[in-house]
Design a protein around this ligand. Sequence first.
Ligand code: SAM
Length: 244
Amino acid sequence: MLFDILTIFPGFFSSPLQDGLLSKAIQKDLIQVRPINLRDFTHDRHNTVDDRPYGGGEGMVMKPEPIYEALETLRTEPPAPYVVLLSPRGRLFHQEMAHEWAGLERLLIVCGRYEGIDERVARFVDTEVSIGDYVLFGGEAAALVILEAVARLIPGVLGCETSSQRDSFSDGLLESPCYTRPPDFLGQRVPEVLLSGDHARIARWRREQSLLVTLQRRPDLLKSIELSETDREFLEMLGWSCDT
Ligand code: SAM
């Protein structure tokens, strides 16, 4: 899968792309990542990408022309990209979106800076996305979040495919707690069931822990997933009711 990232700071991505599983995925040619300098699509001496806001006010706004030209140029290369504009006003990025996008051939992410991007650019993208209810300096960190979340769902990127299936949000729940050696750490013992070797018991324990931690920390998630009869009985035992 090809990730194009349109940015005024292409250097921002050099270290993340050289480390860990992202770099391995690139080496294995499972993904390609191209940070693209927006200034290459300007035509003045200073490679200007911003200007003062109409109506007055603080800061600068990203001009529409370089972004439009970049999108038009990049769209001439196949395969056609799905274009994502980063903005705190966009729809909230989540795991389901990451799953959907992991099936694309090409994602083109547009990073804003300054006070944001001229509103007229929105007509030329497929969607506007926010990574959370807070404001960053720019879209680069958000693009990296999306890149990681999507890339790890591409077959072959993670060493063990089943590990992403057990991740939080994959089945709508938070993941159950995980442990490694030593079996006793400062008096805290690893739950006995995980040492039992009984795979059916372990699977049941993990599911119950997943339900428990989701109920404790993100009960809102329980409303939007399909629960089995056994799940419901377990949750009801913990005081949960489907009407809450
Ligand atoms: N003035 C804008 C507002 O209040 O909505 C914030 C602009 S922000 C300083 C500059 C750029 O960073 C945005 O255009 C966007 O590309 C990116 N950005 C900041 N926070 C973001 C978030 N939560 N999700 C996605 N992108 C974000």
